[in-house]
Design a protein around this ligand. Structure first.
Ligand SMILES: [Fe+2]
Length: 344
């Protein structure tokens, strides 16, 4: 029996398709539209597993040949797509002693979270800042940047970029600088002195949608958590969680990505929550686990866990723990889309 003759709707759909048209009532049939359902999977990468591969890459590939020697953390749902979540790219970058990662710029915003090693710097538009483990650094969209390791040990940091989001919007531009490094135009940590000491230059007007400071040092962020921890009222789901802010505006450090640092006291057993932003966690100190949609991911120092948007998660800390995290919350909030559900 001929289907098309027996079902006039099928013939209708075929003729629509020939004209690049489709029937909405068919496309939505059986699809739950009541809530988001990310394709991204929850996922953890243990640093003990990834670090040997990173060091292997250090032997195999020279920094100037690789341009950036990065092992990308790819969500299994997006194999080959360089995506840790639906909107975020994440990778672990290795810069060996004496190496320089050449200068370039792109319309993607980048953030760095330093994992291990002393002696490296990053340069943004001609200003350098020294990197120490736990530092959170912002490289604004379309700013020239290069990195170098002037010390004598390997330096590793997590790169977080909004590459999938920028790609989705078809707004990706990129340019390589004519020289290997950008000339130094200002003293080291100039921005920190101007904007990062709870003061601002009189008459300061933000010139771009990015934080006035480039390096949020772990020393000061960690000290803030330590000072607050003994008397803080803990969020039932997230413990003591602070966000990095632009000191000139109070807003996020970038228009697309936000950073957080949180303390979970030993024995913390968090309430279940869910949020629409997709989040990449890095354990800085301590041990614990994050249960995402029923699957438990154990973490210790330098391990990475991805929690896709709107999947229920809860944290447990077996030791006093410090977690860094990165998410696309600023982009979602700017578009009026962000939601959370903390069951209250
Ligand atoms: Fe870059």
């Amino acid at each position: 029996m001929d289907d098309i003759r027996s079902d006039p709707q099928l013939d209708f759909h075929r003729r629509l398709a020939e004209q690049d048209l489709a029937a909405l009532w068919v496309a939505r049939r059986g699809v739950d539209l009541s809530k988001p359902r990310s394709d991204a999977q929850p996922k953890a990468w243990l640093y003990d597993d990834v670090r040997p591969r990173l060091m292997e890459a250090g032997d195999l590939v020279r920094a100037e040949d690789a341009f950036r020697r990065v092992i990308v953390l790819e969500n299994p749902a997006y194999a080959g797509e360089m995506r840790a979540t639906n909107t975020l790219y994440a990778g672990l970058q290795l810069v060996l002693p004496g190496e320089i990662a050449p200068c370039h710029r792109h319309s993607q915003t980048a953030v760095r979270f330093v994992i291990e090693g002393e002696g490296a710097y990053t340069s943004v538009d001609g200003e350098r800042t020294r990197l120490h483990p736990g530092d959170f650094v912002v490289t604004p969209a379309w700013s020239w940047h290069d990195h170098g390791n002037q010390g004598n040990e390997p330096v590793v940091w997590l790169d977080g970029l909004d590459t999938p989001l920028v790609g989705f919007l078809d707004t990706a531009f990129r340019e390589t600088y004519a020289e290997l490094t950008h000339p130094v135009l200002r003293p080291e940590d100039d921005a920190q002195a101007r904007y990062g000491a709870n003061m601002l230059p009189v008459g300061h007007v933000p010139q771009r949608q990015a934080s006035a400071v480039m390096n949020y040092s772990y020393k000061s962020s960690r000290a803030a958590l330590a000072q607050l921890a003994p008397t803080a009222t803990l969020d039932p789901a997230d413990g003591l969680r602070l966000r990095y802010s632009d000191p000139a505006t109070g807003g996020w450090p970038s228009p697309t990505m936000g950073g957080f640092l949180q303390h979970l006291p030993r024995g913390f057993s968090g309430a279940e929550a869910r949020m629409t932003d997709s989040t990449i966690y890095v354990c800085v100190e301590g041990r614990g686990r994050t249960i995402v949609n029923g699957t438990s991911f154990e973490w210790g120092s330098h391990d990475v866990v991805v929690v896709p948007g709107w999947l229920p998660y809860r944290h447990e800390a077996t030791d006093d723990a410090i977690l860094f995290s990165l998410s696309d919350r600023p982009a979602q909030q700017a578009l009026g889309l962000w939601r959370e559900d903390k069951g209250r």
